[in-house]
Design a binder for this molecule. Structure first.
Ligand SMILES: CC(C)(COP(=O)(O)OP(=O)(O)OC[C@H]1O[C@@H](n2cnc3c(N)ncnc32)[C@H](O)[C@@H]1OP(=O)(O)O)[C@@H](O)C(=O)NCCC(=O)NCCS
Length: 241
């Protein structure tokens, strides 16, 4: 689709993909929760509203798979239930260790940042060393947005592209733009406390591996952006800034 090439860079995100997980709720529900959740997480799980429970669980599983893979690659035989995922007062997920007294391992685990997203039967998560910057992921079902909503979150350039498209392509485009913005808002740890309209994306030439994100006319932030369509039904985005 030409508009992707005009505005965005769809990198294969090679470096990041090993730190990225997409998981279906159906698969997670086959696994006993006490095999990967800590006792504290099980108590939280009981409190999650029924409609969100399964996806919340899948988000935990996806993020734990990423962090355990990283720790194992550093020679630590940590299990998923030894890692606890909590959310800070802004909702941002972070890792702690439940039982360990190994201060080096604790520091290592605390030093990773994660981003989680869930939507209609799937969850995605990514993990990276927080010293490398901010990370945001998003999964969205391709959907028809109300015109007022589209006008509210798209900037002029995005909206001009949108109105030129056929209805089905409009849905895809609007979902991509929304997903990119939501992933960026997670990467800056703000979520919708910051209005998405002020965010825009641009390509970095000549190499198609980085784009820049401009936020409210401030200085452009270099970003690594991965965005793809999954099963023709979902948009998945991962942004590293
Ligand atoms: C971040 C936000 C955009 C995510 O939207 P969502 O519809 O819940 O969608 P997703 O499934 O993609 O993401 C949920 C995950 O985002 C993460 N998250 C929540 N707040 C976050 C923040 N400020 N920064 C980064 N990540 C955040 C959490 O890990 C959450 O999953 P979890 O609860 O299972 O841990 C939204 O929750 C938000 O804006 N939160 C902060 C402000 C707020 O609460 N506003 C109320 C509405 S205006």
């Amino acid at each position: 689709m030409s508009y992707f090439n005009d505005l965005f860079v769809l990198d294969t995100f090679t470096e990041q993909t090993k730190l990225f997980e997409l998981i279906s709720v159906d698969d997670v529900l086959k696994i006993p929760v006490d095999s990967f959740l800590s006792a504290y997480e099980i108590s939280l799980y009981d409190l999650v509203v029924a409609s969100k429970k399964d996806e919340w669980l899948a988000g935990r599983k996806a993020a734990k798979k990423c962090i355990v893979r990283i720790l194992n690659s550093h020679g630590h035989k940590t299990e998923q239930k030894d890692i606890e995922i909590r959310n800070d007062d802004k909702g941002v997920p972070f890792f702690t260790l439940t039982e360990s007294t190994d201060s080096l391992l604790i520091a290592m685990v605390n030093g990773y940042t994660s981003s989680i997203s869930h939507c209609e039967g799937f969850a995605v998560a990514s993990v990276m060393d927080s010293s490398e910057g901010g990370l945001g992921v998003d999964i969205e079902k391709i959907q028809k947005f109300k015109t007022g909503t589209v006008e509210a979150f798209m900037n002029k350039q995005e909206y001009d592209e949108y109105v030129k498209l056929e209805p089905l392509e409009q849905n895809k485009w609007a979902t991509v733009v929304w997903s990119l913005k939501e992933a960026y808002l997670k990467a800056i740890k703000q979520g919708l406390r910051v209005h998405p309209k002020g965010i825009s994306f641009s390509k970095n030439t000549p190499k198609n591996t980085f784009s820049h994100i401009v936020h409210d006319n401030q200085k452009a932030v270099p970003a690594s952006v991965y965005c793809s369509i999954y099963k023709e039904e979902f948009v998945i985005t991962c942004i590293k800034i």
